[in-house]
Write a protein that binds this ligand. Structure first.
Ligand code: FES
Length: 201
């Protein structure tokens, strides 16, 4: 992500709300006092959740103060890991896996739908500012490809038709259910069959 993009649209202030403050204190209790800086990743995650899926620079400063560590220590972690979003991604952030197994199963069609329906460019909010998308490497659910991750949920076994329905549901702020779109249970074979193709009892 470009630095320019990171420095746009920044709020001046950030602090944890009451609920997250309690959670942050609980997280700190898991670490010895001398190692409390190790709590930086869960705290960044809390900040991202509180702030519509992205972490403003003010939150990085706030967490640095909260942990009594230099700002740069938190900044370098927030900018290193791709699961931390440092610019607005919308209420629904669609991450499309484009690694080989998903590509072989049609991930390119899914990125085309995102380009048409959300934005021609990755990491850019659509007009309603509710949704953005990006390509990512393997989401670890290859056997259910093609796969997209929307916020914390996986949508699996997709094709063009159901991807269009899913993206439309996000744009209408009524997200469809997550999981397999071929009615598979986790990674089990379809139609309640076992690995030999026989029907389970
Ligand atoms: S290749 Fe897409 S989830 Fe692994």
């Amino acid at each position: 992500m470009s630095l320019k993009k990171i420095y746009e649209n920044q709020p001046d202030k950030f602090s944890f709300d009451d609920n997250n403050l309690k959670l942050a204190v609980k997280i700190l209790e898991k670490y010895p006092a001398k190692n409390k800086k190790s709590a930086v990743m869960p705290l960044l995650y809390l900040a991202q959740k509180q702030n519509q899926n992205w972490i403003p620079l003010a939150a990085i400063k706030y967490i640095a103060k909260f942990l009594s560590v230099p700002y740069i220590n938190v900044y370098e972690i927030a900018t290193f890991y791709t699961m931390y979003n440092l610019s607005p991604v919308g209420k629904y952030f669609v991450q499309v896996c484009t690694t080989s197994p998903c590509l072989l199963r049609g991930a390119e069609k899914i990125t085309s739908i995102c380009k048409q329906k959300i934005s021609p460019k990755q990491q850019e909010l659509e007009d309603g500012k509710i949704c953005s998308w990006t390509e990512v490497e393997c989401l670890g659910a290859c056997v259910n490809g093609p796969v997209i991750q929307i916020n914390e949920d996986y949508y699996e076994d997709l094709d063009e038709k159901n991807t269009i329905k899913i993206i439309d549901s996000l744009l209408n702020d009524k997200p469809l259910k997550s999981g397999s779109y071929r009615n598979r249970k986790s990674t089990a074979p379809e139609s309640n069959r076992n690995l030999n193709g026989e029907k389970n009892a």
